[in-house]
Design a binder for this molecule. Structure first.
Ligand SMILES: NC(=O)C1=CN([C@@H]2O[C@H](COP(=O)(O)OP(=O)(O)OC[C@H]3O[C@@H](n4cnc5c(N)ncnc54)[C@H](O)[C@@H]3O)[C@@H](O)[C@H]2O)C=CC1
Ligand SMILES: O=C(O)[C@H]1O[C@H](OP(=O)(O)OP(=O)(O)OC[C@H]2O[C@@H](n3ccc(=O)[nH]c3=O)[C@H](O)[C@@H]2O)[C@H](O)[C@@H](O)[C@@H]1O
Length: 470
C-alpha cells in the first residue's frame, strides 16, 4: 500500500518536527499536522520562522522547504483525518492528576478522544500510528474503539512507532536516528502491509538496517524502557556525584573512566542538578504504575528509585546553596543562569530550575533569572503550577532580565541551572566585580572552568567535586 497522505494529530514538540522531516524527505506525500490549539497552529504557519512554537536548531530550514509544498498545519482535524491514508497520534500523554493512578499513570484521555474522532470521521481504510508514548497494550484499547464505533465498515490497522528524538537535537535525531521502531501485527497480510507502508516512508532517508520491526507490545514497552534506562544512568551518576563530593573523587573523572568501558559507554554520564524534561519522570512513573498493576512490587520499587534519586539531587543542590551562604538566603539575591530543562530548547517542563527556585523562594531569597530562550511568563507559570505560594509571591520573589550581567549584578551567588554554551563566553571578571563578596558560584552543570573562576576570586561549588574551599 503506497501512502499518499498523512495526518498527524498533535502539533507539539514531537508532531511538529517529526512531520516536518517526513514531509521534507517524502515530497510525494501530503503531510497535514492538525491541533485543537489554534494559537499553536498559527505559530506553525507564521511567515516569520523564528516564531515557530517549538525552538529546535535547524527546524526553520526544514519547515521553510516543505511548508506549503506538501506540509500543512491546520485546525481542520476532521478533514485531515478523512483525507489521510495514515493517521499519526502524537498528542500529549501527561501523568494523571486525578482518580485511579493519580501521580503515576499516563492520562490517556487525549488519546481516547483522538481514537473516537478517527472512528467517527473515517470513511476509508486507515493505518493508525501511535507516535505518542503509551502504556504497553494501549493499542488494543485503540483498536477496539476504532472497530466498535466506526460503523462504516472501515478497516483499521494499528502500528506503534514511538519517537526517540531528544529536544534540542530533534532535527539531527530525526534525520539520523539510531533506529526507527515499528510495532505491528506481523501475523496477517493486512498487518504486514501496514508495517511495510510505514517502513517505506522512513526508508526514504533511513537505511533499512536501522528500521526495526517488532510486535506492538514490545514496541510500546521499548519506548518506556528506553527512557527508564536513560534516566537511570543520570540518576546513577548523580548518586555518585554526592559520594565524590565527600571522598574528594571527581565525578567527571569517574564518568570518563567507566565510560571507556564499551559495555557502559560514555554518553548520559554527565552529573547535573537533576534531569528534567516532559518525559523521563512521566514515563518512569508510568512504568512503575504498570508494574504495580501487575503486582510486581520489586520491579516497581526498582524503577521508582530513579525518581527518588533525582528529587534528592535537585533538593540537595538548593540546600547546599543555603548552607554555603551561612545557612540563610533570606533577602539575598541569587542569580540563575538558565531555566530551560537543557540547552538549545525553550522547553521548561520539569526543569530542575523550577524546583531549585521553589526551595530558595521558600527561604525568602530574591531570585533573578536569565535564560536565552525561555519567556518570562513561562517561568511564572512553571512556579505557579507548583502551588507552593501565591502567584504574587512568585512574582515578587523572582525577577527576569534579558541581560545576564544585569542578572548577576549585586548577587550574593550565581547558580548555573542549564548548560547553555553562551555562559562559557561571559566576562566573568566583570561579573565578579559587580557581585556581593564573597562571590559564590554553584555550577549545577559542570559547565564552567572552575580553576579560572577561583583565580578571579569566586568561591565555587561544582557538582561531584571535592569543593575543598567551601
Ligand atoms: N517532547 C519530547 O521530546 C518527546 C515526547 N514524546 C511523546 O510524544 C507525545 C507528545 O509529546 P509532545 O509533543 O511533547 O506534547 P505537546 O504537549 O508538546 O503536544 C501535544 C499536542 O497535542 C494537542 N492535542 C491534544 N489532544 C488533541 C486532540 N484531541 N486533537 C488535536 N490535538 C490535540 C495539544 O494541543 C498539543 O499541542 C507524548 O506522548 C510524549 O511522551 C516522545 C518523544 C519525545
Ligand atoms: O521521550 C522523550 O521525551 C525523550 O526524552 C529524552 O529526551 P529529552 O528529555 O528531550 O532530553 P535529554 O537529552 O534526554 O535530557 C533529559 C534530561 O536529562 C539531563 N541529562 C541528560 C544527560 C546527562 O548525561 N545528564 C543529564 O543531566 C538533561 O539535562 C535533561 O534535563 C530522551 O533522550 C529521548 O530519547 C526521548 O525521546
Amino acid at each position: 500500500m503506497k501512502i499518499k497522505s498523512i495526518c498527524c494529530i498533535g502539533a507539539g514538540y514531537v508532531g511538529g518536527p517529526t512531520m516536518a522531516v517526513i514531509a521534507q524527505k517524502c515530497p510525494q506525500v501530503k503531510v497535514t499536522v492538525v491541533d485543537i490549539n489554534e494559537a499553536r497552529i498559527n505559530a506553525w504557519n507564521d511567515k516569520d520562522l523564528s516564531k515557530l512554537p517549538v525552538y529546535e536548531p535547524g527546524l526553520d530550514k526544514v519547515v521553510e522547504e516543505a511548508r506549503g509544498r506538501n506540509l500543512f498545519f491546520s485546525t481542520q482535524v476532521d478533514q485531515a483525518i478523512d483525507e489521510a491514508d495514515m493517521v499519526f497520534i502524537s498528542v500529549n500523554t501527561p501523568t494523571k492528576t486525578y482518580g485511579k493512578g493519580k501521580g503515576m499513570a499516563a492520562d490517556l484521555k487525549y488519546i481516547e478522544l483522538c481514537a473516537r474522532q478517527i472512528a467517527r470521521v473515517a470513511t476509508t481504510d486507515k493505518i493508525v500510528v501511535e507516535k505518542s508514548t503509551l502504556p504497553v497494550r494501549t493499542a488494543s484499547a485503540i483498536k477496539s474503539i476504532l472497530d466498535n464505533t466506526n460503523g462504516k465498515d472501515v478497516k483499521f490497522q494499528i502500528l506503534s512507532n514511538p519517537e526517540f528524538l531528544a529536544e534540542g537535537t530533534a532535527v539531527t535525531d530525526l534525520l539520523n536516528p539510531d533506529r526507527v521502531l515499528i510495532g505491528g501485527d506481523n501475523d496477517t497480510t493486512e498487518g504486514k502491509e501496514a508495517i511495510e507502508a510505514l517502513v517505506s516512508i522512513y526508508a526514504n532517508w533511513v537505511p533499512k538496517e536501522q528500521i526495526l520491526t517488532t510486535n506492538v507490545w514490545s514496541s510500546e514497552l521499548s519506548k518506556l524502557t528506553a527512557n527508564a534506562f536513560l534516566a537511570q544512568r543520570v540518576s546513577s551518576i548523580n548518586s555518585l556525584s554526592e559520594l565524590c563530593e565527600k571522598t574528594e573523587a571527581d565525578v567527571n573523572e569517574v564518568a570518563k573512566a567507566i565510560g571507556m568501558d564499551s559495555r557502559i559507554g560514555s554518553k548520559f554520564l554527565k552529573a547535573s542538578v537533576g534531569f528534567g524534561g516532559s518525559c523521563f519522570q512521566k514515563d518512569i512513573l508510568n512504568l512503575v504504575y504498570i508494574a504495580k498493576t501487575y503486582g510486581l512490587t520489586e520491579v516497581a520499587d526498582y524503577w521508582e528509585q530513579v525518581i527518588i534519586m533525582n528529587d534528592h539531587q535537585k533538593r540537595r543542590f538548593a540546600h547546599n546553596i543555603i548552607s554555603t551562604l551561612f545557612n540563610t538566603v533570606s533577602g539575598k539575591k541569587i542569580a540563575f543562569l538558565g531555566w530551560a530543562f537543557k540547552k538549545d530548547t525553550n522547553d521548561t517542563r520539569e526543569s530542575a530550575a523550577i524546583y531549585v527556585a521553589d526551595e530558595l523562594l521558600s527561604e525568602q531569597s530574591q531570585i533573578s533569572v536569565y535564560d536565552p530562550k525561555v519567556e518570562t511568563e513561562q517561568m511564572y507559570t512553571d512556579l505557579d503550577y507548583l502551588n507552593t505560594r501565591s502567584s504574587e509571591e512568585n512574582r515578587s520573589g523572582l525577577s527576569v532580565t534579558q541581560d545576564p550581567y544585569e542578572t548577576c549584578k549585586d548577587a550574593h551567588a550565581i547558580a548555573i541551572l542549564t548548560e547553555w554554551d553562551e555562559f562559557k563566553t561571559y566576562d566573568w571578571q566583570k561579573i565578579y566585580d559587580q557581585m556581593q563578596k564573597p562571590a559564590f558560584l554553584f555550577d549545577g552543570r559542570g559547565l564552567l572552568d572552575i580553576p579560572k573562576l577561583e583565580e578571579i576570586g569566586f568561591v565555587c561549588y561544582k557538582i561531584g567535586s571535592s569543593n575543598k574551599n567551601l
